[in-house]
Design a protein around this ligand. Structure first.
Ligand SMILES: [Ca+2]
Length: 268
């Protein structure tokens, strides 16, 4: 958020390299009314910027989508009410957008959660915290096993405190998946371990995080590395040592979805 001119706050979006040297800045909003509280999510190769804007009178939540070069490709209004909406927090997790914000619909601020698929088709809309006083500034993380953790600030006449609350959220989408196969299980022989990564929509996708481990040590040569073959497809070409049970462990984040896979083979 920047440019505090007399006309009201605006939002800028900047791109940095791995050493935090600035590469590019675009101005996301440029209106006389006030815009603020930007929240950025990355999904399917695009950036999604949620923010609060008073351009319609009261405060509402809006969203803009940018490609990797920060070119604007979509603008969307996410809330519409006669009362204020504020503190947007947009997260992309397990194939869904999870938008948190606070709303005065119930009188004072309560926390609302909306879940959407990648085409913004609604999955769920719920008031997840409605306590006396103002609840604002929420954020969310995934803890595995369909358990999400929500943090928020709550302020009443006596105090302002931070709370954390678990939310059990089931997805209408299937889990992301790792497929693994071995071309050979012969001792002292070359083999290829093929890995394929599928996102929550069942499509091949390159993982944003990827780790591979094995046991025992002679299941692969230390110097061999996973290579990308094509979209969502990687392979390890290596050599087995002695006969016996060998196992490979793969962990990956596939377009916002965490997945683990173990492959065990009897090498003879
Ligand atoms: Ca409240």
């Amino acid at each position: 958020m920047g440019d505090g001119s007399q006309l009201g706050w605006d939002i800028a979006l900047s791109k940095f390299d791995a050493a935090w040297r600035p590469l590019l800045t675009v101005q996301a909003t440029n209106l006389q009314s006030q815009q603020g509280r930007p929240s950025l999510a990355f999904a399917g190769g695009s950036f999604y910027l949620a923010y609060v804007s008073a351009e319609t009178g009261n405060k509402e939540i809006f969203e803009k989508k940018y490609d990797g070069s920060l070119k604007l490709t979509e603008s969307r209004r996410l809330t519409s009410d006669s009362q204020d909406q504020d503190y947007p927090r947009l997260t992309w997790l397990n194939g869904q957008f999870i938008l948190l914000y606070c709303s005065k619909r119930g009188g004072d601020y309560d926390i609302v959660m909306e879940r959407k698929l990648r085409d913004w088709k609604p999955v769920e809309s719920a008031v997840v915290v409605a306590e006396p006083g103002e609840q604002t500034a929420s954020s969310l993380a995934y803890g595995g096993d369909e358990l999400y953790w929500l943090a928020y600030a709550s302020e009443d006449d006596s105090a302002r405190s931070i709370y954390v609350k678990p939310l059990k959220l089931t997805s209408p989408l299937k889990d992301c998946q790792i497929a693994a196969s071995l071309s050979s299980t012969r001792a002292h022989n070359l083999y290829t371990l093929k890995l394929q990564f599928y996102n929550n929509y069942g499509e091949l996708a390159d993982p944003t995080e990827l780790s591979l481990g094995w046991s025992p040590e002679d299941a692969a040569s230390k110097s061999d590395r996973l290579q990308r073959i094509s979209l969502g497809t990687f392979q390890l070409r290596s050599v087995f040592g002695a006969a016996g049970e060998k196992s490979f462990r793969v962990a990956a984040v596939i377009d916002g979805c965490m997945s683990q896979r173990q492959l065990t083979a009897r090498v003879t």
